[in-house]
Design a protein around this ligand. Structure first.
Ligand code: 4AD
Ligand code: MG
Length: 477
């Protein structure tokens, strides 16, 4: 007999058929009712055991967390709460679970506790829902790009370049600590290392993706990205997944259009395909919000928030306009910002980004034309000589979701900017080549996948939307 998933059985309208289902026991009550889950859906299927004709020793082994195989008859349910159930004819314990030791009890656990048990937390409703939505989102990402003529490019994870110039890189070396060979200046001699040069884990696939866009036209990456920034926040991971489209002949406006269209598409996909999980997550959020003071509660439910983003235009605002708004804002005048906004040129902190999206505009905002000084070297210089064609997409509750730009395609301007920032031309000779041979206007952006999952699921900590989070002082599992 073939094994059916719980989801298939719950959707089945063929009753009185013999079925086989395998999963993990969520609860077992009255020595009779098993709530069985196999991960295929947030819902459990009820399996009814004929306890009078079942061996006592076997009944004792039906415990929360145990893996079981059940053969039985699918029938319309007598009880409330479910439409179908399985009358068990045969039950086999595939793997026992000692109830005194199993950490995931059928009760509400704190998210902190579940983080410490990240290897088992996917057996809870919350985490299975989050991870199914995460999977659906990644499918939608590929579907969007593939349907729109983009090619998927795998850029290197080990690289010699620091795309963002922020120096937040994890080093990759084969030298033993303290045994690295030194050169005449007494510095570590990386020419003797595995790659013959200093290397690190990538902070962005952008520079390599740019070279591919200048041949394939429209490309995207979707892969792991690493940042050794010591940010212990609810929105930063040391290892996260980034989606980076890069398009030849796109200017900044086309880039903004792409980011907005893309985000709306993937959110709509989840609205269409993850109804049960979203409803569960919406209720979870509602419960969580009840514990907060009224003023901090969201005016919209989770699904309303997603629909709102899909149905409304993102507000496009220049950095200069944003600074004016912030300078004249209440929290700035009342000195409520930790970093007060006084002058044009100030870098925006997440408190400012959140003020703009949550209090002022109350919708996603695309900020563009930032001061050159606070942005990376590769962004195209505007004619004013002081701003660059940068764009950040800011989201309520999240802050920065996307960072991108129109790239500097003029060889001389790019070289000047690199010189000003002490970036050696020898290191990026290949990047400069794209400006020498058939250069063209092009643009792209990076979207932090976990921040997207965070927004979509209504979770509040980025550590809860990736299976095994890597953060400062934590690389368990
Ligand atoms: O703004 P960032 O640093 O931009 C880049 O890396 C560009 N090279 C992208 C490009 O133009 N192709 O990072 C892009 C996005 C951010 O907007 C944020 O969503 C996410 O990546 N991000 C992080 N997500 C989780 N943890 C971190 N430590 C993150 N740092 C950035
Ligand atoms: Mg950024």
């Amino acid at each position: 007999m073939t094994t059916s998933s719980v989801k298939e059985l719950l959707n089945s309208e063929k009753f009185l058929q013999e079925v086989c289902v395998k999963g993990w026991v969520r609860t077992f009550r009255s020595n009779r009712f098993i709530a069985l889950n196999d991960g295929s859906t947030i819902k459990n299927i009820q399996c009814v055991v004929d306890f009078e004709n079942t061996d006592e020793a076997l009944l004792k082994r039906i415990t929360t967390g145990a893996a079981v195989a059940i053969k039985g008859t699918l029938v319309e349910s007598q009880g409330k709460g479910q439409s179908v159930e399985v009358q068990v004819n045969n039950l086999e314990i595939l793997g026992d679970s000692n109830p005194d030791e199993y950490p995931i009890q059928p009760k509400r656990h704190s998210l902190e506790f579940l983080r410490e048990n990240a290897h088992l937390r996917v057996r809870t409703n919350t985490f299975s829902a989050v991870m199914r939505v995460r999977s659906a989102l990644s499918f939608a990402v590929h579907q969007y790009f593939q349907q729109n003529g983009f090619y998927y490019v795998n850029t290197p994870i080990i690289t010699g370049s620091d795309a963002e110039g922020a120096g937040e890189m994890f080093k990759v070396t084969n030298f033993e600590p303290n045994k690295a060979p030194l050169n005449e200046e007494g510095e570590v001699d990386y020419s003797q290392d595995f790659f013959g040069k200093q290397t690190n884990l990538t902070v962005s696939g952008q520079l390599e993706a740019e070279t591919y866009a200048m041949g394939l036209g429209k490309v995207y990456t979707f892969g792991p990205t690493f940042r050794a920034e010591n940010s212990n926040t609810t929105r930063h991971l040391a290892e996260f997944w980034m989606i980076e489209p890069e398009v030849a002949f796109y200017d900044l406006d086309a880039n903004m259009d792409l980011s907005e269209d893309f985000i709306k598409y993937v959110l709509q996909y989840v609205l269409d395909n993850c109804k049960d999980d979203l409803e569960f997550l919406e209720n979870r959020l509602l419960q969580e919000e009840k514990t907060k003071p009224q003023a901090e509660r969201s005016e919209m439910s989770l699904i309303e928030k997603l629909k709102f983003v899909v149905d409304n235009n993102f507000k496009r605002v220049s950095y200069t306009e944003a600074i004016d708004i912030l300078r004249n804002s209440k929290p700035n005048k009342k000195k409520k910002f930790q970093f007060p906004i006084n002058e044009w040129g100030a870098d925006l902190q997440s408190e400012h980004e959140r003020y703009l999206v949550e209090k002022h505009f109350k919708c996603p905002v695309i900020l563009f034309d930032y001061p050159a000084k606070i942005k990376a070297f590769y962004m195209r210089l505007n004619d004013d000589g002081k701003t660059v064609r940068a764009m950040d997409v800011l989201f309520p509750g999240i802050g920065e979701m996307v960072g991108g730009a129109q790239r500097e395609e003029r060889l001389d301007v790019l070289k000047e900017k690199m010189a000003a920032l002490d970036i050696p031309e020898e290191e990026l000779w290949w990047y400069l080549d794209t400006r020498k041979f058939g250069t063209a206007v092009h643009s792209g952006f990076g979207l932090g996948f976990e921040r997207l999952v965070l927004f979509t699921t209504g979770m509040s900590n980025i550590r809860d939307v990736i299976p095994f989070p890597r953060t400062p002082q934590n690389a368990e599992f």
